[in-house]
Write a protein that binds this ligand. Structure first.
Ligand SMILES: C=CC1=C(C)c2cc3[nH]c(cc4nc(cc5[nH]c(cc1n2)c(C)c5CCC(=O)O)C(CCC(=O)O)=C4C)c(C)c3C=C
Ligand SMILES: [Fe+2]
Ligand SMILES: [Fe+2]
Length: 342
């Protein structure tokens, strides 16, 4: 009888805040052709010839501001999720990071060493993106074929519009919203527009109205739509009027056009439009990390206050909240049961 296990996947962090370690991590991350999708030679020229000359020192400084005694927040939180989930399920649970260690291969090996032959792999990203969900699946399949041909892997699908997830997110936000706020900003990680056109099998997304529509053929692979959709579902559950809600996209890199509106521009302009008291949440991330703890909570706050904002409340990610661990359990169990059907 096949033995089953769960592998939780997150993005990964450098092994330490030393510039060399950050450089190694950024090299692996940005040389992934699902992240910087240029031909190898152009990617290498951009990443190794330009970005890695200056960015590692800057990023290392930023990582130092969020690092804890136990390590990177993203890894520490993913381990906490693993521990809590392990208490709820009777199959082994391991973690793996897409970049750096513990990697996806380490995670699969840890399960295989426990006799597991069927793995439910859960990319911890609510919305589908080529640079997250897709690269995780591609990497896991590459490793399975090369190193573990005898095992089967099934994948938990993006859950951006699942009731159990949006209920959980809405409840979590409700508890942390300040009493008085002029707007709630949903800031999602951005991606280059090109990625969305590239992964749209219907070639119908035009980055305009279609992303906001309830139904459109491009939606299953449109990250921008999925972010708007998560927002809509959550604000309906919170009972918030649409005019109190803003959506924007953060963490741009390079000169390409990324999906809009941009979070930094938004933070700089909304105080002038009367938004003085802001609450902000980052639902592309299930665990707090550099991009939320530094880019939003520190830099973003500064931008907002300098532009005339008065109160800035950052609402943490779901992290290891019990209700979220229960959602993870249910999504994994659905997939564990799928093994019986194939
Ligand atoms: C929804 C999740 C994410 C998407 C989509 C994503 C796309 C994406 N990211 C970069 C470049 C960088 N991202 C960095 C950090 C980072 N990104 C995510 C998630 C998504 N990225 C997370 C969780 C983190 C934090 C990691 C941590 O250790 O805490 C960084 C590194 C940090 C820095 O130097 O600022 C870069 C670079 C691109 C280019 C991209 C899509 C094309
Ligand atoms: Fe990123
Ligand atoms: Fe779209």
């Amino acid at each position: 009888m096949a033995k089953k296990g769960i592998l939780l996947i997150n993005l990964g962090s450098p092994r330490s805040t030393a510039v060399e370690d950050v450089k190694e991590y950024l090299d692996e991350f940005l040389m992934d052709e699902k992240v910087i999708d240029y031909r190898w030679i152009f990617r290498a020229l951009l990443v190794q010839g330009i970005i890695l000359k200056t960015r590692p020192a800057k990023s290392a400084q930023a990582y130092k501001t969020v690092w804890t005694d136990e390590g990177s927040p993203l890894i520490v939180i993913t381990k906490k999720i693993q521990k809590k989930l392990q208490k709820l399920v009777d199959v082994p649970v391991e973690i793996g990071m897409r970049y750096a260690e513990p990697g996806i291969e380490t995670g699969i090996r840890n399960l295989v060493e426990k006799g597991i032959t069927e793995i439910v792999l859960f990319p911890l990203y609510p919305q589908y993106a080529m640079s997250t969900t897709e690269t995780v699946i591609e990497k896991a399949e590459e490793i399975r074929k090369k190193k573990f041909p005898g095992i089967r892997i099934s994948y938990v699908q993006p859950f951006y519009n699942r009731d159990l997830y949006t209920n959980c997110l809405a409840e979590s936000i409700r508890e942390k919203l300040p009493e008085n706020f002029d707007a709630l900003l949903f800031s999602y990680h951005g991606v280059p527009e090109r990625h969305i056109y590239k992964t749209d099998p219907t070639k119908t997304c035009n980055m305009n109205d279609c992303c906001y529509k309830d139904k459109h053929p491009s939606h299953s692979f449109c990250y921008r739509h999925q972010c708007f959709n998560t927002t809509d579902l959550v604000i309906r559950k919170l009972g918030l009027p649409k005019d109190k809600v803003i959506v924007s996209f953060q963490s741009r890199l390079g000169k390409d056009k990324w999906i809009e509106p941009y979070t930094d521009h938004t933070l700089e302009t909304i105080p002038g439009k009367g938004v003085k008291n802001l609450a902000i949440v980052c639902p592309a991330f299930v665990s707090d990390c550099l991009e939320t703890l530094e880019e939003i909570s520190v830099e973003g706050k500064e931008q907002f206050l300098e532009a005339g904002g008065e109160n800035f409340t950052y609402i943490p990610c779901l992290n290891d909240e019990d209700r979220w661990i229960d959602v993870i359990r249910i999504l994994c169990e659905e997939q564990l049961n799928q093994f019986y059907l194939v």
